[in-house]
Design a protein around this ligand. Structure first.
Ligand SMILES: *Cc1c(COP(=O)(O)O)cnc(C)c1O
Length: 399
């Protein structure tokens, strides 16, 4: 076996305790044999079609295009069942777990979106589901806790550390070590130890495959640029991956560069981070000078994480993908613009990709652009209202 398997250049790998190695090894073999078989793909794609609602449209945002002076298409992942791209990965992994003979699913969740997607997929395939979630996040995302409970999942509050996502991941890994025999851990993005970054990428790459087919059909050519927001990096990898070999297409990932009003923290790993090992993989990480993981901030819970998928680090080193960021004011502005111009309320995560496009629009003159609209924004309304209140107070103090 290739010793460097699971690496993307210098990044990735399997940095886990010895006790987890059998589980990763079993998963890897199942993914490469069952997960890549034609029979599995056929079944997976049939659920993506009839349950998730794929293919999602590639929509020419006509009003916004007119304003911008170039053609902007939106890949409508917001129209997936449960409202974001995450369900694609969840269905892939839970279906694989079922084929592996597992009867129990565990997952971690931050904002609750991945927890809801996993609980949904577990319902679909009739498996028991437990979701680990920081107690701080449970309070902030009470509606998603209710959704998971409705879907029959058990939500376990994690009261250690910062009581957020990274603590929930640690707890899920601990559960997995103890219950390896009957349990599969559904990781929510292109992160963690091998085989997760590769497996999740393959499950979400349907996004880019469809986009290529659709844009060729509408325009007869490939786009000049594809833009996506980057939390762990799954929606971005999903749309980028099939485009990577088409070198003429510029790929741009957008991180959360908004700074917390109180803390000044952000989540732009490529701007403020360094190489390190965290939660099973070597990657870019926000850490202090002693290697302690920093707390992060983003207005969008889905981008609020200290690390980024290892393959993104590699693609950045190679110069194949460029990474930028957007701050909170720019993101809320983009959220408003898309809502008003097109009648589409985007997730705050997705609004980062759009915000980058709006602030750099002169770079895209006469270009053909696709933005991956990773999710819908209903979940973010109260966040935006609170943010605007804060903005108003800030502005009035200045006078
Ligand atoms: C979770 C989430 C993200 C961030 O996760 P990635 O793995 O980076 O895609 C982006 N958009 C939406 C709508 C999300 O729910």
């Amino acid at each position: 076996m290739n010793k460097k398997q699971g690496y993307f250049g210098n990044y990735g790998g399997q940095f886990v305790p010895e006790t987890l190695m059998p589980a990763l090894s079993e998963l890897k073999h199942a993914f490469y044999s069952i997960g890549r078989s034609e029979a599995f793909k056929k079944e997976f794609y049939s659920y993506l079609k009839d349950y998730v609602g794929r293919p999602t449209p590639l929509y020419l945002a006509g009003n916004l295009s007119k304003k911008l002076g170039f053609k902007l298409y939106l890949k409508r992942e917001d129209l997936c069942h449960t409202g974001a791209h995450k369900i694609n990965n969840a269905i892939g992994q839970v279906l694989l777990a079922k084929k592996m003979g597992k009867d129990r699913i565990i997952a971690e969740t931050g904002a609750g979106q991945h927890g809801v997607a996993t609980a949904t997929a577990s319902c679909l395939f009739g498996l028991e589901c437990t979701v680990y979630m920081g107690t701080e996040d449970m309070e902030r995302q009470a509606v998603n806790v209710t959704r998971m409970n409705l879907l029959g999942a058990k939500v376990v509050g994690v009261d250690t550390g910062s009581k957020t996502l990274k603590d929930a991941i640690n707890e899920a890994l601990r559960d997995w070590v103890t219950n390896i025999r009957n349990t599969h851990y559904v990781l929510g993005t292109v992160f963690g130890p091998h085989p997760y970054p590769t497996m999740v990428k393959e499950f979400v790459s349907i996004i880019g495959k469809e986009a290529i087919r659709q844009i060729k059909n509408y325009e007869g050519v490939l786009p000049d640029a594809v833009i996506a927001c980057v939390g762990g990096g799954s929606n971005a990898m999903g749309i980028f991956y099939p485009f990577i070999k088409h070198k003429e297409v510029k790929l741009i990932g957008v991180e959360a560069g908004g700074k917390g009003p109180v803390t000044g923290l952000h989540a732009a790993r490529f701007t403020g981070g360094r190489i390190g090992v965290f939660q099973g993989a070597k990657s870019f990480i926000l850490q202090d000078e002693n290697g302690q993981i920093l707390n992060t901030y983003s207005i969008s819970a889905g981008l609020d994480y200290a690390s980024v998928g290892p393959e993104h680090c590699y693609l950045r080193d190679e110069g194949r993908v460029t990474y930028g960021y957007a701050n909170d004011d720019e993101v809320v502005e983009a959220f408003n613009v898309l809502s008003r111009e097109e009648g589409i309320i985007p997730a705050l995560e997705s609004a980062h990709a759009l915000a980058y496009l709006l602030k750099n629009q002169s770079d895209f003159k006469d270009k053909l652009v696709i933005v991956n609209l990773s999710g819908r924004g209903d979940k973010d309304l109260s966040t935006v209202i609170d943010y605007k209140k804060g903005q108003y107070e800030r502005d009035n103090k200045k006078i």
